[in-house]
Design a protein around this ligand. Structure first.
Ligand code: AMP
Length: 128
């Protein structure tokens, strides 16, 4: 069972932003930039292109909705998108508010307090 499945089942906590029957969005715990969000299918699959075409399209559609809210809640030049999966083998889309090229790089991280995570998740969720 992946760490994201544990978040989905409520076994471990997350800073949740949105969820529907098939997808969940929550803040990345080790963000590249403030507002770094993960969009995850509830059905655990390893790789993005293991998904059916329909599941892929639905994931992109849900990510679109989340990105729109993110763009409104977190000041940035644009929202970037990345799919990696080398650390957690459960499909997820990274949505990252970008102000500079370094924000898309997974080497440079920002530190946020619990209060900042909670406030961020609430402000993005309020934009839906
Ligand atoms: P990757 O699999 O390389 O796309 O990276 C996995 C991402 O998941 C990293 O950016 C981690 O910071 C993030 N991550 C790992 N565990 C958690 C967690 N419990 N809650 C939120 N994000 C997480």
């Amino acid at each position: 069972m992946s760490i994201f499945t544990k978040i989905i089942t409520g076994e471990i906590p997350s800073y949740k932003i949105a969820e529907n029957e098939n997808f969940i969005a929550f803040l990345d715990i080790n963000p590249n930039a403030k507002g770094h969000t993960l969009v995850v299918p509830k059905k655990e699959e390893n790789k993005l292109f293991d998904l059916s075409r329909d599941a892929y399209k639905d994931l992109m559609d849900f990510s679109y909705t989340v990105a729109k809210a993110l763009e409104k809640a977190v000041p940035c030049k644009r929202v970037g998108m990345s799919v990696i999966g080398l650390e957690v083998p459960h499909v997820h889309v990274h949505l990252i508010p970008l102000n500079k090229m370094a924000d898309i790089q997974f080497a440079k991280k920002v530190k946020l307090t619990n209060e900042e995570f909670v406030a961020l998740a609430q402000s993005i969720a309020a934009e839906f």
